[in-house]
Design a protein around this ligand. Structure first.
Ligand code: ZN
Length: 324
């Protein structure tokens, strides 16, 4: 029945294709399947207006949305050794790098920029998941070190935004070495007494979550992000137990104390600026008014002894401790 495959099927396919939505105009929400007009999606920073699902965004979009007036300077990342193992699986690693470069226009999975947030100097290192799953190889390690050095040099806060599947397998042990390297980078910033913040986005897993991503002075996360080390399926198969609902999601980590705040994308910039202000300008903007002492607040005359209140007195009692 060749005429079916040669004649009828293409006709049907052509009919079906006609009713299909062009890719560039509408996008389907992965969570609620709603079709969203691309302009509406851009306006909402790629957050579904129907269910609030946070779609992934690239490094450039991150930088644009966070810096004051989307004004920042990208820094040239130090050249790292390319394809040190001459690795090949189903495809050469060097070809994968070329593909990632032409797809994203980036030379590495990370972008480093400096600028201001709320008038304060900030260095941001943002990962791009579209570049080989945001995986961390020597180039990304160099990028993190460069970001840390720049933050120290400029006395700026450092914000790292991982979106990564973890270490880059194609670089073998060299990719694993980026874990301690990134920790050294973070330590440089901490030793200089500068704030180091992390914004965990979907996904933050593997060697990335096992190194710099979990060391933030403040750890923020985007709603619904997957954050963990090993994947849920691997854990389930290893421990032979059903994992709880929402396991490895940002909200679950917040409940269990691994994350400080889960912040919707539209509130991120203001929240980060507020944190930077709190960390860097601890002087309160208003005059400090002393709280009334306990005696004043209870409407009682101060004790006549004139001595300091007994620090060991039982709390809330107000009665003097019995003499022994
Ligand atoms: Zn949705």
């Amino acid at each position: 029945m060749n005429w079916i495959s040669n004649f009828v099927r293409p006709k049907i396919r052509a009919l079906v294709n006609k009713t299909e939505v062009p890719d560039n105009l509408w996008e389907k929400c992965r969570a609620c399947s709603a079709m969203i007009f691309h302009r509406e999606l851009e306006a909402s920073q790629r957050v579904c207006p129907h269910c609030g699902f946070h779609m992934r965004i690239g490094a450039k979009e991150r930088l644009d949305s966070l810096f004051d007036d989307a004004d920042y300077t990208l820094i040239e990342l130090p050249e790292a050794i390319q394809d040190p193992l001459r690795f090949r699986d189903s495809k050469r690693y060097s070809e994968r790098l070329k593909d990632a470069h032409s797809k994203t226009g980036q030379r590495e999975a990370i972008m480093v920029a400096h600028g201001q947030m709320g008038g304060q100097p900030v260095v941001i290192a943002a990962f791009n998941f579209a570049y080989m799953g945001g995986s961390m190889g020597a180039g990304v390690g160099e990028g993190l070190l460069a970001a840390a050095r720049l933050a120290v040099l400029q006395e700026a806060s450092l914000l790292v935004i991982p979106s990564s599947g973890g270490a880059r397998m194609q670089e073998g042990i060299l990719s694993l070495m980026q874990m301690p390297r990134s920790v050294i980078a973070v330590d440089m910033v901490k030793e200089a007494g500068l704030p180091y913040m992390v914004l965990l986005t979907d996904p933050t897993t593997g060697g990335v979550s096992a190194s710099f991503a979990m060391l933030g002075d403040i750890a923020l996360a985007e709603p619904g992000s997957i954050i963990g080390f090993a994947g849920a399926r691997v854990i389930e198969e290893t421990i032979r137990e059903k994992l709880p609902d929402g396991f490895q999601r940002a909200e679950y980590l917040l409940e269990h104390g691994m994350v400080d705040m889960v912040v919707p994308r539209r509130e991120l910039r203001d929240t980060i600026i507020r944190i930077i202000m709190l960390l860097r300008q601890p002087t309160p903007p208003a005059e400090v008014v002393p709280l009334p002492t306990r005696d004043e607040s209870e409407g009682r005359a101060p004790t006549d002894s004139g001595s300091e209140p007994d620090a060991d007195a039982p709390e809330g009692g107000g009665e003097p401790a019995p003499e022994q």
